[in-house]
Design a protein around this ligand. Structure first.
Ligand code: SAH
Length: 371
């Protein structure tokens, strides 16, 4: 499907079995086309049985007058604006192509959805929220999806464009605004795949960075559902970058550690982090921030160590609060910092200056420092 074209009110004829063509049918319906469907044409004659497959008929899709012979395809094709071939024998494809040329009807070919009785699950890392940071693989998986399970951290602004016609299910919130429990999400993924659907689980950042992706993979494997993972751009690196902070920098920091602040970080862990002498990146760290900075100071980190908190990376209201180990706690309270935010502790923070510089500015600054 070529996005950007205006399909509303256009007559579209989709050729191919109901299961194989389900995504295509749903997509053209979603963009307002009048969709006709010719299911399962006979591979030899191109004729189709004049029996509408009631069980698989999709609401809104119209069954056309079924062509009973090769000759009757012409009239059908003359009556529509676009023919989409999903499944057709080479002979039928040639007949359709000739009729389209004769009647100046547009013709496109799209690949069939899987018709195997068991579907699949793809865990897709959606990056930190910016469309540009969705990977080519993520977009391809979304485009092929029958159903997308998403939550608030993944990029969702244009899900209807990235996964047109797919069902979109928010598993971040239930009607009472409570997150759907992890096990329930896993059961939903598995059930959809067992029903034969191509399932995408869209996650914020990378699925394996505090994303519970590993648990979802295990649940699929346990149920015998084919599962794959498309890595995403993690907020641990991209959100600091959006505020102009490189997590490593020659001669300043040669390592970075990403840690979850969901639960308080123990003294022993903090001691090791200080000993590493690199950049510390904390996700889910706002609730435990005061304990973290107090602990680091008590266990010997320099109190003038630069610290940045980047809230809502890539959103229009992204905000960066910069301070030192001994001032950031008070600054964060005054500013009222909230989740989602990435905390960065280390010398690299100083490279950003005091604002949301673009990465290009940082690179220029870095080049000046190095020369
Ligand atoms: N898998 C995700 C992280 C999930 S944990 C990833 O790789 O990015 C959720 C935490 O990620 C949030 O609490 C916050 O610390 C961070 N986070 C994710 N997106 C963010 C964003 N756009 N801005 C700031 N922090 C973000």
């Amino acid at each position: 499907m070529a996005l950007g074209l205006e399909y509303a009110g256009k007559r579209v004829l989709v050729v191919g079995g109901a299961r194989a063509a389900r995504r295509i049918l749903a997509r053209y319906l979603a963009v307002g086309a009048t969709v006709h469907h010719v299911p399962e044409p006979s591979p030899v004659t191109g004729a189709v049985a004049p029996v509408a497959p009631i069980a698989t008929a999709m609401p809104g899709v119209l069954s056309p007058v079924f062509p009973r012979s090769i000759g009757s395809w012409g009239a059908l094709i003359a009556a529509v604006d676009l023919v989409v071939v999903v499944e057709a024998s080479p002979q039928l494809d040639a007949v359709i192509a000739a009729a389209c040329a004769r009647h100046r009807t547009w013709l496109t070919r799209e690949s069939a959805a899987s018709t195997s009785p068991i579907g699949s699950v793809t865990l897709v890392g959606g990056g930190p929220g910016l469309e540009k940071l969705l990977t080519v693989g993520a977009l391809a998986a979304l485009n092929a999806a029958d159903i997308v399970y998403y939550d608030r951290l993944g990029p969702t602004d244009r899900l209807d464009v990235w996964a047109p016609g797919a069902e979109h299910v928010d598993v971040g919130k239930a009607p009472g605004h409570h997150a759907i429990p992890q096990r329930a999400t896993e059961r939903m993924l598995v059930a959809s795949a067992l029903a034969g659907l191509t399932v995408v689980r869209l996650k914020g950042g990378d699925p394996f960075v505090f994303g519970r992706g590993g648990e979802e993979v295990l649940a699929c494997r346990a149920a015998g559902v084919p599962v794959s993972v498309i890595s995403g751009v993690t907020s641990a690196i991209a959100v600091p970058a959006a505020a102009g902070i490189p997590v490593t920098h020659r001669d300043i920091s040669r390592l970075f550690t990403v840690i979850s602040g969901h639960a308080p970080i123990s003294d022993s862990e903090l001691t090791h982090l200080i000993g590493l002498d690199g950049t510390i990146v904390v996700l889910m760290g706002i609730g435990t921030l005061q304990q973290l900075v107090a602990g680091l100071a008590r266990l010997g980190m320099r109190t003038d160590m630069p610290v940045a908190i980047v809230e809502r990376g890539f959103a229009h209201d992204q905000r960066t609060t910069v301070g030192r180990l001994d001032t950031i706690g008070a600054l964060a309270s005054t500013a009222g910092v909230r989740s989602p935010a990435v905390v960065v502790i280390g010398e690299v923070v100083a490279l950003a200056g005091h604002g949301d510089d673009a990465a290009a500015d940082i690179m220029r600054e870095a080049a000046t420092l190095a020369s």
